[in-house]
Ligand binder design. Structure first.
Ligand code: DSN
Length: 434
């Protein structure tokens, strides 16, 4: 290997794959609510020489030499995250949201302890106690859901389950719940039974940072998040909370669960936190929610159901039963017209999870591209038309072109694409062989 070789020169095959993925992101309407597009500055930090460095331990207390700049990087990330969320302590080393949650379980619980979390099929998350996950395998899980009538979390249910089962920990947070979570209510429930309160804001973190969604930080013992969803940073995790828990959490992350921190990713998180502290990020977060509301209304006006009849956040779950489709068919159909979402259960879904009746969509990525209300109306039209014409390949092809045209009006990473090598005609956006 020659240190100066570019990726293109050294590994043209891999280079071509990255070009193809860049082109895919450029030409598809990215509506998976947990995805977003990072800035060039975040990408640069992620691809920096910090990836070379081992820095096990905490800043200024490392097990390796040569960590002086890593110490500064990690402290900068922690300082910015504290300012962004108003947290008493931060651990920026967690590799992901799932690892962050695992570290919290390790800190406060012993195997067999009772934990309360939201049902996955009502909008919860695997790491909140699902039986196939560590959280459901090693702990006794009591799950709450939403009401059948309004699809909202019910204080009565949370309180009565807490009183009946006396959990050691209660988890508030979700991955497919579009409404405001009442973190104060969860704090009351936790206090009622002496439980630890973990709030997982992986989905809402960017909205929380911007003050556009309630912050759990004043109420929770611990708050975990990913950094790559609405927060628009690199793919990673973050843990924060009350100062009294700092030592235990740091120990659970390292040496409890992880080895060396990913310093390049921590640097990229620092960049993302700086971006989120800027006034423009507040406008961005406001627009994310405004766009989701326009999209939800347009879809409802056109005859589809939206779980809970709307949204207060960046995401919505469409109940596609009025279109006489399953979530599986509907999401595959949307993919054919270059709309990337994911099939999702709706509360009390009559279908099994791998078929389901919903599609989960979100607006963080499209809003990053600069799209607004008018574009959401166009997207709603494409969605409805695609579902109506799901068996008509010609109609779907035309709709796909509409999606591509819309994307072209809001360029993203176009400067990263080799214009001459993008062969859009062949099979979508594959890059020609080099
Ligand atoms: N997989 C993420 C999501 O899509 O919501 C949650 O971890």
């Amino acid at each position: 290997m020659v240190a100066t070789d570019s990726l293109k020169d050294f590994d043209p095959d891999l280079y071509a794959l990255i070009q193809s993925e860049t082109s895919r992101q450029e030409h598809e309407l990215e509506m998976i609510p947990s995805e977003n597009f990072v800035s060039e500055a975040v990408l640069e930090a992620c691809g920096s020489v910090l990836t070379n460095k081992y820095a096990e331990g905490r800043p200024r207390k490392r097990y390796y030499g040569g960590c002086e700049f890593c110490d500064d990087v990690e402290e900068l990330a922690e300082k910015r995250a504290k300012e962004l969320f108003g947290a008493e302590f931060v651990n920026a080393q967690a590799h992901s949201g799932a690892t962050a949650n695992q570290a919290v379980f390790e800190t406060f619980l012993s195997p067999g302890d009772t934990v309360m979390g939201m049902k996955l099929d009502h909008g919860g998350h695997l790491t909140h106690g699902h039986k196939v996950n560590f959280s459901g395998k090693h702990y006794n899980v009591v799950a709450y859901g939403v009401n059948d009538s309004d699809h909202l979390i019910s204080e009565d249910e949370v309180m009565s389950l807490a009183k009946e089962h006396q959990p050691r920990m209660i988890i508030a947070g979700a991955s497919a719940y579009s409404r405001r979570i009442d973190f104060e209510m969860f704090k009351r429930a936790a206090d009622e039974v002496g439980a630890v309160l973990l709030c997982d804001i992986a989905h809402y973190a960017g909205l929380v940072a911007a003050g556009e969604y309630p912050s759990p930080v004043p109420h929770a013992d611990i708050v975990t998040t990913t950094t790559h969803k609405t927060l628009r940073g690199p793919r990673s995790g973050l843990i924060m909370g009350k100062a009294e828990h700092a030592k235990g959490i740091h120990k659970s992350v390292f040496p409890g669960l992880q080895g060396g921190p990913h310093m390049h990713t921590i640097a990229a998180k620092a960049v993302a936190f700086k971006e989120a502290l800027a006034p423009e990020f507040k406008t961005y977060a406001k627009n994310v929610i405004a766009n989701a509301r326009v999209l939800a209304k347009e879809l409802m006006d056109k005859g589809l159901n939206i779980v809970s009849n709307g949204t207060d956040s960046h995401l919505l779950v469409i109940d596609v039963r009025p279109a006489k489709l399953t979530g599986k068919v509907a999401s595959a159909c949307l993919e054919k017209v270059n709309i990337t979402g994911n099939m999702n259960t709706i509360p009390f879904d009559p279908e099994p999870p791998m078929v389901c009746s919903g599609v989960r969509l979100g607006t963080p990525a499209l809003t990053t591209r600069g799209m607004g209300a008018e574009e959401m109306k166009t997207v709603a039209k494409i969605i409805v038309s695609a579902l109506e014409n799901h068996n008509d390949d010609d109609a779907l092809k035309k709709l796909k072109e509409e999606s591509i045209e819309l994307c072209k009006s809001f360029p993203l990473y176009r400067h990263r694409l080799e214009k001459s090598s993008v062969d859009k005609e062949s099979n979508g956006y594959a890059v020609s062989a080099m």
